[in-house]
Design a protein around this ligand. Structure first.
Ligand code: KG4
Ligand code: ZN
Length: 354
């Protein structure tokens, strides 16, 4: 069975063809994976502009889908999986409307997919089925969510961010360090020349009001706005010391040191929570998905912690970490096999819950 996946929830127009293999350990194979990034459209605004994003999706969607089919060497497919939400309304509508029209024209079923279910599926796409129960962290520009997975397709939320998502924190800190957009890759790059212990920054760990209730909702929540403010204060203080104005850049080494320290604190905060939950729930594996899982320091530290705790760590390859449609096609295949097919009047939902 071949599934065409379509993803337009934010600033990437993506299409992919994924094939069912029949191998229970590695159920899917990526036949093609095409992503048209809108980075250049949004760069000068310093972040994603929703209206521009929707308009660019309209321009790119036909070419991206054509290319995904050509790369896969196929003209037909057996189902279409499409991101229904969450995301930007105008952007979601482009992919969903296109998918509905194509499903109708080709008389194939349409399977609506939750964007984060797609990110979680990227772990299986690359690493094969995860030993369950698993604890999975989804860290992206819009989400920082920790899930317990007892059975495939059943996700129990253990914690989420109460303010900024981890990727959003990367983007905002990069902006205040003058590193531009998108912030995550920029911080990752300059951090390679920095000392990650140079700047002391706080690690925030929110718990349930009853600190002895690790099983209750909210006990493993995240918060990154305090960390961002600490970086802001640190940068302002260094500027003042040097008599620099608010728009004058700090010396390069300073920027690298702050970026590396910030990156270490984010990575440690995420991994502390992930491995603590894995221990508490006796998980047999852990996973990290979403755009921030592309972070090189987070990947390195995750592998080290996995080795010391004896747990297999699932992280997708870089091209499947950030938004793509292969993960949507794979999640759609799983849903389709579970009997889920959407009607052609299914609506985009910017706040869809998992
Ligand atoms: O999953 P994704 O592509 O889109 C959303 O669903 O949000 O994630 C995008 C986020 C952005 O905030 C971006 O800065 C961050 O992932 N990101 C990174 C890296 N690459 C992308 N963050 C840290 N380090 C990276 N190397
Ligand atoms: Zn995403």
């Amino acid at each position: 069975m071949l599934v065409l996946g379509i993803e337009t929830s934010c600033d990437e127009t993506a299409a992919a063809v994924v094939e069912e293999t029949g191998d229970p350990q590695r159920p899917w194979r990526v036949r093609s994976n095409v992503v048209a990034s809108q980075i250049d459209v949004h760069r000068k605004w310093g972040g994603v502009v929703p209206e521009l994003s929707a308009r660019q999706h309209v321009r790119d969607i036909c070419g991206v889908v054509d290319r995904a089919l050509a790369d896969a060497g196929v003209e037909s497919f057996d189902a279409i999986a499409v991101t229904q939400g969450p995301g930007l309304m105008g952007s979601l509508l482009v992919g969903l409307s296109f998918a509905k029209a194509l499903a109708w024209a080709r008389s194939v079923p349409l399977v609506p997919v939750h964007h984060l279910a797609g990110h979680i599926e990227s772990l299986v796409l690359d690493g094969g089925e995860m030993p369950l129960p698993a604890i999975v962290l989804v860290v992206s520009g819009g989400h920082t969510s920790l899930y317990r997975i007892e059975a495939i397709g059943k996700y129990e939320i253990l914690g989420r961010t109460r303010d900024d998502a981890a990727g959003e924190a990367f983007d905002k800190v990069a902006k205040l360090l003058g590193l531009g957009y998108p912030g995550g890759p920029a911080i990752d790059l300059v951090s390679q020349h920095g000392d990650d212990r140079a700047v002391s920054l706080p690690k925030t760990k929110l718990t349930h009001a009853d600190r002895n209730a690790p099983h209750l909702p909210g006990h493993r929540d995240f918060s990154f706005s305090g960390l961002k403010t600490s970086v802001l204060r640190y940068v302002a203080a260094r500027r003042e010391e040097r008599g620099l104005g608010p728009d004058d850049p700090l010396p390069r080494q300073h920027i690298s040191d702050v970026a590396a320290s910030f990156q270490r604190v984010v990575a440690e905060t995420l991994l502390d929570r992930l491995f603590d939950a894995a221990r508490f729930y006796s998980a047999r594996s852990v996973g990290i998905a979403g755009g921030v899982s592309a972070n090189s320091r987070l990947r390195e530290l995750a592998v080290i912690r996995g080795a010391s705790s004896g747990l297999p760590v699932f992280i997708p390859r870089l091209s499947l970490s950030t938004d793509n449609a292969a993960m949507i096609a794979a999640a759609g295949l799983r849903r389709y096999r579970a009997g889920v097919v959407g009607e052609l009047d299914v609506e985009a939902d910017p706040a869809l819950t998992l």
